[in-house]
Design a binder for this molecule. Structure first.
Ligand SMILES: C[S@@+](CC[C@H](N)C(=O)[O-])C[C@H]1O[C@@H](n2cnc3c(N)ncnc32)[C@H](O)[C@@H]1O
Length: 230
């Protein structure tokens, strides 16, 4: 979740290296909120409040249609979003995360409410298929830059099949200001333009039902957009 950088980057040469470098990068990162947010722990409350306000109107508790039985947190890390956004609203939350060390830290980070975490799934999203019809909400945040274009479209379309009838996908990601996809060779991730995300969503057969820019983040960080999809 790094900010804008002027450093010269080398475009990933092959998929194995692209995924391998990201895995290595995250294996060195401490299991803390600050680790999850690349040193920007202070933005977490603003982020969570923005997400709550965006999500709530879709849920039955906010007079929407979507149930609050089960959510999935994708690229969940230690469970920052599971703990602060999803468990307060959903009965059960499953977590899918690449790095086992983060998942192992999740129960103590989340505390008592971790009794309502259903499954801890250790997997890359490129290899993950949600169980059909299982989730009222699938939330992906600050992780989709770690997928190739092809895997991003595939992941989106598999998520669609993982939803309950009134289920919702939310994507919350950095977007590049330049309109171009940028590559960060420190954590081996892409920062896509908003248009690139929208194109991948459309290719996967998803419909964007709401889109909003997160407000209140410090200057110098990438713009962050939330998309609600069906
Ligand atoms: C910037 S952190 C964000 C964590 C969490 N979404 C949050 O906002 O607090 C990115 C997370 O994505 C995980 N990750 C990286 N590549 C992944 C992949 N291909 N599949 C699943 N998780 C991945 C990392 O291990 C890390 O936990």
């Amino acid at each position: 979740m790094s900010g804008d950088s002027d450093s010269e980057t080398e475009w990933p040469k092959d998929e194995t290296k692209f995924y391998g470098d990201a895995k290595e990068y995250w294996s060195e990162i401490p299991s803390t909120v600050d680790g999850m947010l690349g040193g920007f722990e202070k933005i977490s409350p603003t982020d969570i409040n923005g997400s709550k306000a965006f999500l709530r109107p879709f849920l039955k508790i906010g007079k929407g249609n979507t149930n609050t039985h089960r959510a999935l947190d994708c690229g969940a890390g230690i469970g920052r979003i599971t703990k602060r956004l999803l468990l307060p609203m959903f009965e059960t939350v499953d977590m899918v995360e690449l790095n086992k060390k983060f998942l192992d830290s999740a129960p103590s980070f989340i505390g008592q409410d971790s009794s309502r975490v259903g499954k801890y799934i250790c997997s890359g999203l490129q290899d993950f298929t949600p169980e059909a019809g299982r989730y009222d909400l699938i939330w992906s945040q600050w992780v989709l830059g770690h997928l190739t274009e092809e895997h991003l479209v595939g992941f989106f379309s598999r998520c669609k099949t993982g939803l309950t009838p009134e289920g919702l996908i939310v994507v919350k990601e950095n977007v590049s200001g330049s309109g171009e996809t940028e590559f960060d060779d420190v954590d081996s991730s892409f920062t896509r333009s908003k248009e690139d995300y929208i194109n991948a969503m459309i290719k996967a057969g998803l419909t964007i039902v709401k889109e909003e820019r997160q407000k209140g983040f410090p200057k110098g960080l990438y713009s962050v957009f939330m998309f609600a999809l069906k």
